[in-house]
Design a protein around this ligand. Structure first.
Ligand code: PLP
Length: 403
């Protein structure tokens, strides 16, 4: 894997910040975009743009073909059985809200239970809390050990005859923990319970195969996997999606409307009310093609090397505290140094051109469990280098000396 060549595909990586070369370590929040993704958006606006699905004219049909070809690219990327199982949304958050609303309306009654984990992103907590307020369902939480690994024995004990669904993140956006979701799905299925995988932080870094996992639902965002903002995916097994009611009403999701009775479109369109971001979906497909072109195994290997190197170098810094020491971990490292406030450390690193994220990372219950308010988080992507990690370490040492 030629990192320098890859970096040339990402124009933003050659810019400076405060006169320093940009070191971009905020990939967990969003990844940068290769030129071909941005070009695809511009090209489609300039040469194809027309609303999809409804037109008899040439441009509309061409735009529809591109949009549906993107759905096929996503299907292949996650190995879904059919494009009927690939619903386009605005992102992970909307995918989860769709699922919670539709599944919750159809299959959950007062007193029923959902199992989440202590390391969920707010996007996989708050929609369930809104459902709890609406319908009186209960939320049960899988605890973790001090290394940041979920306690699978405790998980198993949370199931009851009222458990209707489990929803757990595959890779923690704070700890980097890779949760054994395949095993956890098998446990849920042994209890006859479906499982939603939040793949927002796994899709960019590892092969995710919905059939191999036997996931019932899986969600992710395009912008975290080198694609554009505003596009996401909800994968769902057809047998579930078929039985679920629409999430929003509008154009596209109907078969026939009268004031007496409306019938709904087939999958996946039943869940796609209104004009979709058909240009964004092309961008997503280009991003996935780009990832495939480099090869997920190579990307994973490179990021693993980077993470191992970063952990080793960061641990050389006095008073370094790293949160998350799971045996299986991804390319995310959260830390604090001595008594330096995470916000101060992040702000001063920024002045050195190093972009890290600070705060609770939309995981306040996890912060509570760790007994802290926030961390500094460095998260890596395929284009990051060991030299950039050296710059981070030197930056932290410099800030430490100032305090
Ligand atoms: N889930 C996880 C694990 C995340 O890391 C994020 C974003 O940081 C989300 C969900 C929400 O993603 P989005 O803001 O793209 O909807």
């Amino acid at each position: 894997m030629d990192i320098q060549k890859i970096r040339e595909d990402f124009p933003i990586l050659s810019r400076t910040v405060y006169g320093k070369p940009l070191v971009y370590f905020d990939n967990g929040a969003t990844t940068q975009k290769p030129r071909l993704v941005v070009d695809s958006l511009v090209d489609e606006y300039y040469s194809v743009n027309a609303n999809v699905h409804r037109g008899v004219h040439y441009l509309s049909q061409q735009a529809t073909e591109l949009h549906e070809a993107s759905r096929e690219t996503v299907r292949q990327f996650i190995n879904a059985r059919s494009t009927s199982e690939v619903v386009f949304t605005r992102g992970t958050t909307e995918s989860i809200n769709l699922l919670v609303s539709s599944f919750g309306d159809e299959f959950m009654q007062e007193g029923d239970e959902v199992i989440l984990s202590v390391m969920e992103h707010h996007s996989n907590i708050v929609p369930w809390q809104l459902l709890a307020a609406r319908k009186g369902i209960a939320i049960k939480v899988i605890p973790m050990n001090d290394k940041g690994e979920l306690l699978l024995d405790e998980y198993e004990k949370l199931f009851s005859e009222r458990t209707k669904i489990v929803s757990v993140v595959q890779v923690s956006n704070v700890l980097g923990t890779v949760n054994p979701v395949k095993e956890m799905i098998a446990t849920a299925h042994a209890h006859g319970v479906p499982f939603l995988v939040d793949a927002a932080q796994s899709i960019p870094h590892m092969k995710v195969d919905v059939q191999d996992l036997d996931a019932d639902f899986l969600v992710f965002s395009a912008h975290k996997v080198y694609g554009p903002t505003g596009v996401g995916v909800l994968y769902g097994k057809e047998e579930w999606l078929d039985r679920m009611p629409p999430y929003q009403g509008g154009g596209e999701m109907i078969q026939h409307v009268s004031f007496e009775k409306t019938t709904f479109n087939e999958l996946p369109f039943k869940f796609e009310a209104g004009t979709p971001d058909y240009i964004g979906t092309t961008g997503l497909a280009k991003a996935l093609d780009y990832v495939n072109g480099i090869g997920m195994e190579k990307i994973a290997k490179h990021e693993h090397e980077l993470t191992t190197y970063a952990l080793q170098r960061l641990k050389e810094i006095p008073d370094m505290r790293i949160f998350g020491e799971a045996a299986d971990r991804g390319a995310v490292i959260s830390f604090l140094v001595g008594n330096i406030h995470h916000f101060d450390l992040g702000t001063l690193l920024d002045r050195l051109g190093i972009a890290v994220r600070t705060g609770h990372h939309c995981a306040q219950p996890l912060m509570q469990r760790l007994g802290i308010e926030g961390t500094v988080r460095a998260s890596f992507a395929m284009y990051n280098t060991k030299a950039e990690i050296d710059a981070l370490v030197a930056g932290i040492e410099r800030v430490s000396r100032m305090f």
